[in-house]
Design a protein around this ligand. Structure first.
Ligand code: ADP
Length: 472
């Protein structure tokens, strides 16, 4: 129910109550007046009785008529008339003796007050009727009518005034304020004071515009803080990238040792000029092959170092894991760990930032290699899964799952909860920064996925990365 309607109803109930009480009082006053009038008629009849009897005895009916005419001149209200016994109403005849009789006869217009003064002389008898005119009930009715009309008029008038006033003074300004609050809710925070009136609505409007101002400044603060948080995150990711490059570079340096030895040995043989022309060709081909292998390793490292994040596009998770494994190969070789990758899905497509996902895989695989014993194996498997509420809050949808399993010691239960905390590391100083997993988790979450960790059946850790599959 609208505010104006409520106000009208409350006001009308009040007005009706006041007018009702007032009308009731008026009615009471009329009733009291009626009772007085009745009493007056009775008293009048009693007072006139001796005089009329005297007149009847002295001059009969004619004398009574004359007395009635004379008396009527001085009376206001009650009327008198001579009635023969035969004309008297039955109630009066029954009651009539020597005493004056008072009757209250109900007629179509309400009760009528009648008094009969009996007069009898030598068999000729009758009575004088004193009739109180029945204006009283008429008065009561007209008082009722007047009350009803005044109640109706007051109610209508006040409803009209309140409606017009309420709509103009309350309804319209409130509607404007509601629209303004809606706009604030939808994000338009540059709001001015709508109502300049010096009342509660004006105060409310002022409070709303101040609220919008405060929200605006809070929004700016949040924006600034978010920007600086994002910047800090970028810097951390960059730092993690550099750490990964450092780790990879160590492996690369180690990996380059063997081909460099081959190149140097073959070159020395050629320089010794003792080789047959066929052997020279063989050695030159070996030098070419090793140089290309070295160039490939360095190119991959350079690619990772150079790539800029922030660009999502359709990519193939299997080929991403495959190439990342190639990049990790030198590190794996350095630790004498075998990398084994299987792609078990035909459509490993997703929309992702290639470079960011590569950082995730590099971090996870580097940890797995570092945790594995010499001669160990790290398994990487990509498959697709439709997950029905595998994780609370996630909708049913198809996910690509990358499972990285190693043969290391696994994760001790006490570290399980802290694994993804930034700067949590169990590695020696200089060996680990504690950023890898927290950054990997952040990146995966930004892609609409998550990372699960558990320990393997026998040993080792199992990291599962879930990423939403691209829609076909
Ligand atoms: P960092 O590798 O620099 O320590 P991470 O965030 O990558 O930082 O890893 C945090 C910690 O998680 C590691 O110090 C290690 O204790 C643990 N961890 C990560 N991966 C593995 C794994 N595959 N096996 C056992 N422990 C792991």
């Amino acid at each position: 129910m609208k505010l104006a309607t409520k106000l009208v109803l409350i006001f009308m109930v009040g007005v009706l109550a006041i007018v009702g009480v007032f009308s009731w009082q008026t009615m009471q006053r009329h009733r009291m007046w009626l009772a007085t009038q009745e009493q007056y008629a009775e008293n009048l009849a009693e007072a006139l009785a001796p005089g009329l009897e005297q007149a009847f005895r002295s001059g009969g009916e004619i004398q009574v008529q004359r007395t009635i005419e004379l008396t009527t001149q001085y009376l206001r209200g009650p009327s008198l008339r001579w009635m023969d016994r035969r004309e008297l109403p039955s109630q009066a005849t029954r009651l009539l003796s020597r005493e004056t009789v008072h009757l209250s006869v109900s007629g179509p217009d309400g009760n009528q007050q009648l008094s009969y003064i009996p007069l009898e002389l030598e068999g000729h008898d009758g009575a004088v009727e004193v009739r109180q005119p029945d204006r009283a009930s008429e008065d009561v009715q007209s008082a009722w009518r007047a009350s009803l009309i005044s109640v109706g008029a007051v109610a209508l008038l006040s409803a009209a005034v309140i409606l017009v006033g309420g709509v103009r003074l309350v309804g319209k300004p409130l509607h404007q304020l509601v629209t303004q609050v809606d706009e604030i809710g939808s994000g338009k925070l540059d709001q001015k004071v709508l109502l300049k009136s010096n009342d509660e609505l004006g105060e409310l409007s002022m409070a709303i515009s101040k609220m919008a101002e405060r929200l605006q400044s809070q929004r700016e603060t949040i924006q600034r803080e978010t920007e600086s948080r994002l910047q800090a995150e970028q810097q951390l990711r960059h730092a993690d990238r550099l750490t990964t490059i450092g780790t990879l570079a160590a492996g690369v340096a180690h990996e380059l040792g063997t081909p460099l030895n081959v190149v140097a040995g073959r070159a020395a043989l050629i320089a010794g000029q003792k080789l047959s022309p066929e052997d020279v060709v063989q050695s030159a081909l070996a030098i070419k092959a090793e140089s290309e292998r070295m160039a490939g390793i360095i190119r991959q490292l350079m690619d990772f170092a150079r790539s800029r994040p922030g660009n999502r596009q359709a990519c193939d998770l299997c080929s991403l894991v495959q190439s990342t494994c190639g990049l990790m190969q030198p590190l794996a070789a350095q630790h004498d760990v075998k990398l084994d990758f299987q792609c078990l899905t035909q459509q490993p497509n997703l929309i992702a930032d290639y470079s960011q996902l590569q950082q995730v895989i590099l971090n996870l695989v580097a940890n797995a290699i570092q945790a594995s014993p010499e001669g160990g194996r790290v398994d990487l498997v990509v498959n697709a899964e439709t997950l029905s509420a595998a994780k609370e809050g996630q909708a049913n949808q198809e996910y690509l799952r990358l499972v990285i399993t190693d043969e290391g010691p696994g994760i001790p239960p006490e570290n399980r909860e802290r694994l993804f905390e930034p700067f949590f590391t169990t590695k020696d100083v200089g060996q680990g920064t504690g950023l890898g997993l927290s950054i990997a988790y952040g990146i995966v979450q930004e892609h609409g996925g998550w990372i699960d960790v558990r320990n393997g059946e026998q040993r080792g850790a199992v990291f599962c990365v879930y990423l939403p599959k691209a829609l076909e």
